[in-house]
Design a protein around this ligand. Sequence first.
Ligand SMILES: N[C@@H](CCC(=O)N[C@@H](CS)C(=O)NCC(=O)O)C(=O)O
Length: 207
Amino acid sequence: MSSSPEYKLIYFHARGRAELIRFLFEHLEIQYEDQRMTFEEWPSIKPDTPFGILPILEVHGKQLTSSIGIARMIAEENGLSGSNLLENTEVFGIVSAAEDAWCNIYTARYKQKDKDSTDLKVKELHEDYLPEHIERFEKRAAANGAGWIWGDKMTYADFATYLLFQYVCENTEGAKDKYPKLAKIHAIVESLPKIAKWMKSRPETFA
Ligand SMILES: N[C@@H](CCC(=O)N[C@@H](CS)C(=O)NCC(=O)O)C(=O)O
């Protein structure tokens, strides 16, 4: 008899802010229900959610919010972070810096009043903000020196770096040559067997 998974991840039919959590579940081979809702369904569900936003992770009768808080819990529970509070906070700082970039990406792309403002904001994002921000990740990986964004082992900050760098690669010509340390992390993460399998089998989505 198969039991239902302990975790239910609720998000839109998109990679977005759920993908870091999905990467963790997939890589760690943790069973979860990947519940995806349409944007049409969302307005009727939103009022019953804790903060009117997704993702939510349902576990042990609780509804957890904050994509990076949820990722932090899974990573720390499963050896994909540091080994004490100070280290965990350092690792989380990197994940949080990636989330700062995502806030700017979503604001530029989806929260402008019209197409002209969107085009302008996206141009600024791609030409000014993102190159500066991703350079900090590159410098950090170079300073760390061990082939990871933090420490001498893979952490969920490498997954967060991968996902942000993937966006940069999709929107910047020659990104892998410009940011060679990030390109290496990117290559390692996407060749992890469970991640590679997930990326082949996951639903096609616009973002
Ligand atoms: N800090 C939150 C932000 C969550 C967030 O803004 N989610 C967006 C989608 S990525 C959302 O639910 N938007 C729907 C809405 O605002 O109605 C997190 O990381 O989980």
